[in-house]
Design a protein around this ligand. Sequence first.
Ligand SMILES: [Zn+2]
Length: 408
Amino acid sequence: MKKTLTMMLAFLLFMSLSISVFAEPQSKPNGPWIQPEQEVKLEALMSPEELEKKLLQINDRARDDRMELDVVGYSATYEYPIYAVKFGEADTDNPKIFIQTQIHGDEQLGTEASVDLIQQLAMSNNKDIRTILDNVTVWFIPMLNPDGSVVFETEQGQSKQRQNLQVWDPTEFGLVEDTAAPWYYRPDFVSGEMGFDVNRDFHPYLDLELGPDNADVIPQDSSEPGVYVTPEAQASRDVFNELQPDLFIDHHHRYSNVVSEDDDRLNTLQLIAQVVDEETVVSYDGVDYQVDEESLNLSKQVNSYVYKALQRGNSPFGAISRFPEVNLPGTALGSYSMNGAAIMLYETRGQQHPYGHTGQKANGQYTQQSYVGLYETLRGFATGEIYDVDPVFYDEEIPYGSPRISTP
Ligand SMILES: [Zn+2]
C-alpha cells in the first residue's frame, strides 16, 4: 500500500505538540515500552482468516446448543464475513449485552480477549460460566472492521489501519455522482488509503437509509452524526436492532497517558460511561433522540464495577482513569446510548500501528485486562451485583484528567 508522507508528518507534528503541552509529569518507566531494536510482529494477532477459523472451531466444539454463529455482513472491500457470536436469546427477561471490538482495524486486543471469553462461554462447564449463561444474554461482534485489520508493511514496521477500505460511490445510494462524501471519508494516516472511519458512521435513527430523499443529512462537520454508508456500521446497527441490548460495550485503543496529575503511573486503560451530553438532542423524522438518565446511571454502575474489579488485590491492571469528556453522537456508543442502551468504552493502551504499539508482552497483559473486565461485567449482571454499585462512584472516585505523555 502506498503511504502519504504528508499525513504521517502531520501526525508526528501533532504528537510532538501534545507532548510539549503535557511535558509534566513524566511517567515512571513501568512500561512495558517497545524497545527500538525490538521488532514488532503483528502476525501474532489474529488475521480475519484466523479469526474465522477459530470461531468455526469453537462453534464445532461448543457444548449443548449454547452458541450461535451468524454472518451479519461483509466488509466493504475484501468482503470478509463479519461474524456475530450469540449466547442467549434476544427475547428474554435476562439482561442483554452487546460487545463489539475492532471497529478500528488497528485496535485489536479486544478481539483477542473476546475470543478467549467466547471460548470459555462455549466450552466450559465451570459453575460461574453456567451462571452467566443462565442469567445473561451476550452477543459479540469480534472484529467489526476486518479490512482495516489486515497487516501491511511500512518503513517503520508492520501496521494495521483505523479506517475501512471503501471507496465513496454516491450512485450506490441513488445520489448524483458529484455528491460530497461524509466528512469521515479520508485517507488513513498510516496507509494513505481512502476509506471511512466506521466509528463516525452511526446515527441515532437506527433505520436510516441514505438516498435521494435525505441526501441533506450527509454530514460535513464532525459534530453531526453519520449516515450508515459502510457495511460495517450497518452490520453493527442490525445486530443492535435485533438484540435491543441493555448494555453496549465498544473496545478501542489509545496512546499513552499517566493516571492523573497526582498519579504518574502509566495508564493501562481509560474507560467512559458517557459520550453524548444530556443536553444534546438529535432530531430525525419528528423523533428526538437523547441520552436518558436511567441508562446513564447503569453506564456509570458498569464502568465503576469494572474499575473496582480491576483494582482488586494485587491486580497488575490498577492504573485506570476516565477518558476525556467528548460529545460524539455519530459513534456507535453515542447513537446507541441515545436509544436507551447503557454503554462502556474501553480505551486500552497500545495500537497496532508503528506509532502506537507497545510490543508482544504488553499485548498479552492488555488482552488479559480486557478479558477480566468483560468477564466480570457478565458475572456482575448474572449475580445482580452491578445494580448495587453507587453510580456516584464513577463521578467522584475514578481518576480524571490524565496528562498524555511521550514514549520515554
Ligand atoms: Zn478506536
